[in-house]
Every structure is written in structure tokens, then in C-alpha cells.
Design a protein around this ligand. Structure first.
Ligand code: GLY
Ligand code: MN
Ligand code: MN
Length: 450
């Protein structure tokens, strides 16, 4: 992504701050967490901070100042440190970071306590997310206390605090072309990884072997990490929605559900495919697979501008419930007609999660799902608009139970794609990942070089 994108986002945020009377925004990156001694857990920058800065080093913080006379972006970051750079690698240091990332000023992070009271003095509004980082909250209190100490000289502290995340969430919800290109790259790599796992399945005995195929492909193609812990769930494990152990044997005759996506240049992908370990769907597996696929297609038809966020879920639920009645998963004598079964949420025995979520810098990305105003008793779900990115991921999970046809027991299926809403409908970023029964069985007839 070009630095112009980050500068443009800062300008847009500053304009919104100005429109609210001006003030100072404080946006920190993520903390480093020590695992033990001098070993940290892998560092991942904060997505809000990155969205506005493009800067990936730890120990950094962004300050935006919007006042009538001037709008400024200021970075605080680590100083150059030749000794640490021998051990840990290059650090920009303030001067180079200011130049490279287009900030108006940059200072050493060690200067934060000295600089912030001056920056906060006379700011009408503080744009900040309190309650997310108690250490920073505490330091902010000290900075404000220091400003109050100068009250007799006429200096004032901000008298309003605005939750800056509400502004940033709405900005992040609409992806620009650069973001969509990165999300496409992430989804394309993940799609190849899923196909690789399909081809490898017949030679693998354990779920973790399939996970290794995915991780290998992610890294081989330059993705920095998985966007979330991979789910590789054989047989009954697929009915555990957040299964993550990935240590069980996979068995001939069973399905395996893989929910895995890489992060590429900070953007997530999130793809699920379900396939038979031996390369061929049995009849009961195929019946339920085709049902979930039909539900996904119904939901995908609602992925267009003007449709409401929940329309896709409702469409999937209708198709799934109809299929559950046809296959005998739901007993007509107990749950009644299709409309009655939907109204009573009878499908929840076999489909107990939503049909998607926003996706972007984070796999479960930020953004409001509902309008801000109530209509009747509740706030309606918001309408989809071009640039929004969602997953569409219906599933069916059949745990053994009395009255449930045994041929379906322990089958768990989910199909998940990553979608960007376009002016005409949508773009399916994961469109090249084998998905129909025919595509999956054909992919699995191929082999990878072992
Ligand atoms: N992989 C997490 C999800 O599908 O929401
Ligand atoms: Mn997923
Ligand atoms: Mn998902």
C-alpha cells in the first residue's frame, strides 16, 4: 500500500476531528508481551494504529492535532539504537520514520511524558479509547493532571472525550482499492493452501499434517502468519465450532473441515472448506454438503448493495431449515411447517452460529452491524454498501441424538468465502478455492510432490 493512503486517512480523520470542534487524538500501537525472560510473544501491531500510520514497529504511538490553525500528525517511536539493532534488526528512529511515512513531526517514545501535556493543553476535545490499555490510561491521567496544574496561566484541559474508535471503525469498514488488492492476495494464497491440503489428505494420518500443508503454503507465498488459529477438524471434531487442537487422526470415510486463512501485509483471509478424507463424498455427506452449498448460494445472493446485513443469514436459515425437514434431521411432526420451524429457531440444533462477519485488517473486523437509530423496539441491521467486506459461512453440525437419522451423525460442514460488496453485487475473493462436490473430488484426484 502506498504511503499516500496512510496520509490520506490521517487527513480524513483530522477533518472529522475538526468538524467536531478540534482536539487531540491518541492512538497507540499494541504492547509487546513478555513470555519469559527476554522472550516476547510474537508481536503484531495494532490494526487502528497501522491503518493510520503503516508503521509496524512496537513501542509507538500516534498523535493527531486538529486545531483551526493547523492539522498535524506526530509519531512517537523508538530511537535508533545500534546495540539493539545488532540483536533485533533495523529501527527507523524518529527522523527516518517522519521522512518515510510522511508525518509532520516525530519524537522518541521516551519523550512522550514531556511532550503530551503541551500537546493536550487547550485542546477542546480528547479523541481516545479509554479502558483498552490501563497503563496508557494512567499516563494520560498524569498528563491531564499536569495540564490542570497550569490552570492559573489560563491553560485548559479537554472538556470532552470522544471515543475515537467509533470514527475509525466506520472508516475501516469501507475498504479502498489498495486494501481490496491485499485482501485478494491473502484470499488467493489461502485458496491455494486449501487446495494443497485437499490434495495431501489421502497421504496424511493426522489433522496437524494438513495444518502443516496450509502453513507451508502461507509462508511459501510470503504471507506473514495465519490470520487466526487454523481449525483442522476430522469427523466428529468438525462439530466443535472452535476446535483448535488439530491433533487427532483423520480417518477414511470421514469428512475433514478446514477453516484457515493467512494474513498478508496485515490483511486477513478466512476460508472454510470441507472435504472427504478419501476423496469421495458418501451419499449422506453429499446430501448435507449440497444443502450447505445451496444455503451459501442463497446468502451470496444477498451480498449486494442495499441488502441488509442479516438478509444473507435469513436466506441461509430458510434453505437449511427446508433441507433439515426434507432429510429428517428435523421432524415435521415435532417442529411443524417450514415457517413454524424457522420462527421457533428449530434449525439451531444443527446451525448455531451466524452467517458471517466483517473482515479486513482483523479477521473479525471492526464496524457497527446495526443502524444507530431504533426503529420500533430495535436498531435494524445496516444496509450493505460498496467497499464493505464480509464472510459468508453457513454450516451444519450433526451431533448424535435421539430422533436424528444415524447416517448423518458426526457430520460437520461449513463453507466460507470472503466477499467484497461492489456497486453491481459482490466480488468473491476466494472464488478460486475448490468448492462444489465435483471441484473438490477433481482436486483430490491430483497429488502433490511428497
Ligand atoms: N475463522 C473464524 C471464523 O470463521 O469466524
Ligand atoms: Mn473461518
Ligand atoms: Mn469467519
Amino acid at each position: 500500500m502506498s504511503h499516500a493512503s496512510w496520509i490520506e486517512r490521517r487527513q480524513r480523520l483530522l477533518a472529522q476531528m475538526q468538524a467536531q470542534g478540534g482536539g487531540v487524538a491518541i492512538i497507540p500501537t499494541a504492547r509487546e508481551f513478555i513470555r519469559n525472560n527476554d522472550n516476547c510473544f510474537p508481536f503484531r501491531h495494532d490494526s487502528y494504529f497501522y491503518y493510520l500510520s503503516g508503521f509496524t514497529e512496537p513501542e509507538a504511538l500516534l498523535v493527531l492535532v486538529a486545531s483551526a490553525g493547523q492539522q498535524r500528525s506526530i509519531l512517537f517511536c523508538r530511537e535508533k539504537n545500534p546495540e539493539r539493532e545488532i540483536w533485533d534488526g533495523y529501527r527507523y528512529g524518529p527522523a527516518a520514520a517522519q521522512q518515510a511515512y510522511g508525518f509532520d513531526a516525530a519524537y522518541a517514545i521516551a519523550e512522550l511524558d514531556a511532550q503530551m501535556p503541551e500537546l493536550l493543553a487547550d485542546a477542546p476535545t480528547l479523541f481516545y479509547c479509554s479502558g483498552a490499555d490501563s497503563e496508557l490510561d494512567g499516563r494520560l491521567q498524569a498528563w491531564l493532571h499536569s495540564v490542570r496544574g497550569k490552570a492559573r496561566s489560563g491553560v485548559t484541559v479537554p472538556d470532552t472525550t470522544v471515543n475515537i474508535l467509533a470514527l475509525l471503525d466506520e472508516m475501516r469498514l469501507f475498504k479502498d482499492d489498495g486494501e481490496i488488492a491485499l485482501m485478494q492476495k491473502a484470499a488467493s494464497i489461502s485458496g491455494v493452501a486449501h487446495a494443497r491440503a485437499m490434495r495431501a489428505a489421502r497421504h496424511c494420518k493426522f489433522e496437524y499434517e494438513l495444518e502443516a500443508e496450509l502453513l507451508h503454503e502461507f509462508r511459501r507465498q510470503g504471507a506473514q502468519s495465519p490470520a487466526y488459529p487454523a481449525i483442522v477438524a476430522g469427523g466428529a471434531n468438525a462439530c466443535v465450532l472452535h476446535y483448535g487442537a488439530n491433533h487427532a487422526q483423520i480417518k477414511d470415510g470421514e469428512l475433514v473441515l478446514i477453516d484457515a486463512g493467512c494474513e498478508f501485509d496485515s490483511y486477513a483471509s478466512d476460508i472454510t472448506r470441507t472435504f472427504p478424507v478419501n476423496g469421495q463424498f458418501s451419499q449422506p455427506q453429499k446430501t448435507l454438503y449440497e444443502l450447505v452449498l445451496a444455503a451459501q448460494n442463497a446468502a451470496l445472493e444477498c451480498a449486494r448493495p442495499g441488502a441488509r446485513y442479516m438478509d444473507g443469514h435469513n436466506a441461509a436459515v430458510r434453505v437449511l431449515t427446508e433441507g433439515m425437514l426434507e432429510t429428517g434431521l428435523l421432524d415435521k411432526n415435532k417442529v411443524g411447517t417450514l415457517e413454524e420451524a424457522i420462527a421457533a429457531s428449530a434449525y439451531r440444533q444443527f446451525y448455531m452460529h451466524g452467517t458471517g462477519h466483517w473482515i479486513g485488517l482483523d479477521v473479525h473486523d471492526v464496524g457497527r452491524y446495526r443502524e444507530t437509530e431504533k426503529v420500533g423496539a430495535e436498531k435494524p441491521h445496516r444496509q450493505l454498501q460498496p467497499g464493505m467486506a464480509i464472510t459468508v459461512e453457513p454450516g451444519i453440525y450433526v451431533r448424535p441424538a435421539e430422533g436424528v437419522p444415524p447416517e448423518f451423525w458426526n457430520i460437520g460442514i461449513r463453507i466460507e468465502d470472503d466477499i467484497v460488496i461492489t456497486p453491481d453485487g459482490h466480488l468473491n475473493l476466494s472464488r478460486d478455492t475448490p468448492k462444489t462436490v465435483a471441484e473438490i473430488e477433481a482436486e483430490m484426484r491430483g497429488t502433490i510432490n511428497k
